[in-house]
Ligand binder design. Sequence first.
Ligand code: AP5
Length: 231
Amino acid sequence: MALEQRPVAKIDRAVIFLGPPGSGKGTQAKVLAGKAGVPHLSTGDMLREHIAQGTPLGLKAKPIMERGELVPDSLVLRMVAERIERPDCSQGFVFDGFPRTVTQAKYLGELLKRQGFRQPFVIHMVIGTALLIRRLTGRRTCKIGGEIYNIYDRPPKVEGICDNDGGELFQRPDDREEVIKPRLNAYEKLTAPLVSFYRRLGFLYEIDASKSVAEVEQEICQAVASMRGAR
Ligand code: AP5
């Protein structure tokens, strides 16, 4: 069977999607986790869930996220540590939007070592700024199942309605143009240094995230196939 047709087998470690806002981390992380049968762990989704439920963490995170800044490491780390201790994470998982600072990456490294996991595999989504802005301003998300659309490149069959479950589509508050710039700045300042951090450790695999969803998915499948068997 040709490499690109092979199904993705079980993931045996943490796979990390690293890339700027709008690069397609969520779109691809969900697909990969689904194919591999492991949890998709989006720290952005977890924080939005806390906000929706009005928890103390949600109350702290809400104004920070609305400004397009990063939520403090201490809050995010506690939330992640609790999540990956659950039994469904015992074989591996796919991170989307975590780690986002060098402090978070170092903490994750310790946590994975303590729990007996192999070294993580990092997929770096490489893409230019102009495309990011189009993707972020065009993104719409389903209120029920969380399916991600784009009014320019991946529209639903019926405007404003999810193809899968008929849920209403909404625009994330931080996808307003005035919040996109601070988010991109936060990425450049605090998260981009993780590229060289993971490259130095030899865990980084670069993907051209400007291609179509299907092409990017295929490149990721090939990258994950190369990961299997690696230490
Ligand atoms: P988070 O929810 O993680 O957002 P983000 O990193 O800014 O990333 P996005 O969700 O905006 O983009 P994406 O790369 O997932 O792209 P997507 O697949 O949706 O974080 C939100 C906030 O939470 C942060 O700002 C911060 O405040 C806080 N936070 C979260 N984690 C944190 C942490 N670890 N530490 C501290 N704070 C944290 O795609 C975007 C659009 O493009 C969609 O419309 C999609 O359909 C389209 N698209 C995707 N791929 C393609 C393609 N190949 N071709 C054409 N269109 C495509």
